[in-house]
Design a protein around this ligand. Structure first.
Ligand code: ADP
Ligand code: MG
Length: 259
């Protein structure tokens, strides 16, 4: 299976070493709750970052600030060197560069699978309909659901819907993909069909930030792991460093519960 075509893979591998996502001193509160505390993070082009940590530690909030589904109180977030725009066209443009896949399969329920994938490229990228459909069918084939193109989302399994959600995000030619627990709502037998697509994407050079509890995936695909608790990044390292030698009591406790 290959998901990105060769041009996309080459583009993904170009300029390895430049930072595509940067967070500097990011702070965020929800009322009195200090949900992100001095978050500093740099993700290089082609890098796969896995974000782990207990529930409520701020993982989703951090992801949502990166495509500005959430505002921040202070600090800087840059995508490919550009500070996040506040609003308007520039923000829409930036959102197009950051693909996001959520826990819930948030496909448009009243649109076919094919329409789900072509909608944004046509509306936001002003892509010609025929070309958008050609690219969409290609992507759907690559994630193994092209035979479902004319069905409605409710006719697909959760695993198939989540693979469509990945294809839909990729159709915008994002520079970065964010995954927020994409397999947490799936029946166990469907988890691997989604993780396999993510592993393949990682091997093809896509820059990815993945919140997940799937430690097998983390070991296989992650270049780096960060561990968050109480809105802070408590540990960062390679999968080996994190799994074999967690430094903090919080991480040791977390690992003892999930491994
Ligand atoms: P995680 O993804 O690590 O489980 P979240 O980022 O979802 O953590 O949440 C971090 C904290 O912020 C939690 O205590 C959560 O209840 C709180 N929170 C999340 N979203 C909101 C919101 N929109 N308003 C108020 N509190 C929120
Ligand atoms: Mg979350």
């Amino acid at each position: 299976m290959t998901i990105l075509n060769e041009t996309q893979q080459d583009a993904a591998r170009e300029d390895d070493g430049k930072y595509l996502v940067e967070l500097e001193h990011v702070e965020k509160h929800y009322g009195n709750l200090h949900v992100l505390r001095d978050i500093n993070l740099k993700v290089k082009k082609g890098e796969v970052l896995v974000i782990v940590g207990p529930s409520g530690s701020g993982k989703s909030t951090m992801c949502r600030t990166i495509n500005r589904l959430e505002t921040i109180d202070s600090g800087v977030i840059r995508i490919d060197g550009q500070p996040l725009p506040q609003e308007g066209k520039a923000l829409a443009q930036l959102r197009a560069e950051v693909g996001m896949v959520f826990q819930s399969f948030n496909l448009f329920a009243n649109k076919t699978i094919l329409e789900n994938v072509t909608l944004a490229p046509i509306k936001v990228r002003h892509m010609d309909k025929t070309q958008a459909e050609r690219e969409a069918m290609d992507l759907l084939a690559r994630v193994g659901v092209d035979s479902q193109a004319n069905k409605m989302p409710s006719q697909l399994s959760g695993g198939q819907q989540q693979r469509v959600a990945i294809a839909r995000a990729l159709a915008m030619h994002p520079k970065v993909m964010l995954f927020d627990e994409p397999t947490s709502a799936l029946d166990p037998e469907m988890v691997n069909e989604v993780l396999d697509v993510m592993v393949e994407l990682a091997h093809e050079g896509m820059t990815m930030l993945c919140v997940t509890h799937e430690m097998g995936f983390a070991r296989k695909a992650a270049d780096k792991i960060i561990f968050m608790a109480d809105g802070q990044i408590l540990e960062r390292g390679t999968p080996d460093e994190f799994f074999e030698h967690p430094q903090t009591a919080r991480a040791q406790e977390f690992l003892s519960k999930i491994l």
